[in-house]
Every structure is written in C-alpha cells, then in structure tokens.
Design a protein around this ligand. Structure first.
Ligand code: FE
Length: 135
C-alpha cells in the first residue's frame, strides 16, 4: 500500500444531511473526512477535521468507538455528562473512552477547529446518539 499525503486545503467541507440534523446534529458544524478505508485504504483508523462557528456547538453525543480530539484553533468548552464542562483551547488534546458522552461548544470569537480520530474503518459507519436536551 502507498503512503497517502494530501493538504487539508484539498479536502472539501461537508455538512449534515437532513436525517442527521433530525437526529440532533447542528447544521452549522462542518467537517472534512481526511483518512479512512475509502479515502486512502487505511484499516482500523479514521480521521476527520471539524469546524464549529462562534456560539455554536457539536451537541452532546456518544458512540461505540473511542475518540481523540486535538484542538487546532479557537477556544470553548468540552461538554460532558451531568451538565459538566471543561474549558478547552488551541493545543489541547482530549481522549474520549467508548460510549462516553461528550460534545464541544465554541465560546470564543473565532471558529473552533479540531482534528478527530476514531478507531473505526469509516467515520460514516459510526452511529452518533445525540442527547439534545441534556446540555
Ligand atoms: Fe464524538
């Protein structure tokens, strides 16, 4: 298999489908798929890059695979169960165990951007359970 190399700028932003919005996703949060089985033939890992505008959030949710966030721009709050939250900012890394509820709110004055890494073949196969009324 060949090594895959590509600039973030070459990937296009994606937005949530109507179905996904109905399930609790925020239509204003965008992402790019960077690495997965379909994109570059990887196995057991997938990586994406997400952008949350000022005042918006990635609502509280959970999923089966564990996940890592690496904040590359902006600041805000890491949302957790029981209305708890932690301040996060550019340079922070977050490890989320499987099934653990989490989300991100952008409380800063610029976009909040972060890399997300899953131990899954493809991000699109991961089922997100949003808890829109628990935050
Ligand atoms: Fe997640």
């Amino acid at each position: 298999m060949d090594i895959f190399l590509k600039s973030l700028n070459e990937f296009k932003w994606e937005t949530s489908s109507v179905e996904r919005i109905k399930s609790g996703a925020n239509p204003k949060t965008q992402w790019k798929q960077l690495v997965d089985k379909d994109i570059c033939g990887s196995s057991g890992i997938s990586v994406g890059y997400s952008k949350i505008p000022t005042g918006e959030d990635l609502p509280l949710h959970n999923h089966k695979p564990q996940e890592i966030y690496f904040v590359t721009k902006g600041s805000g709050f890491l949302l957790m169960e029981n209305h708890e939250s932690k301040h996060i900012k550019e340079g922070d890394i977050v490890y989320i165990p499987k099934d653990k509820y989490h989300g991100i709110r952008n409380s800063g004055d610029c976009d909040l951007e972060f890399l997300f890494i899953f131990t899954a073949e493809r991000w699109k196969d991961i089922k997100y359970n949003f808890v829109s009324n628990q935050t």
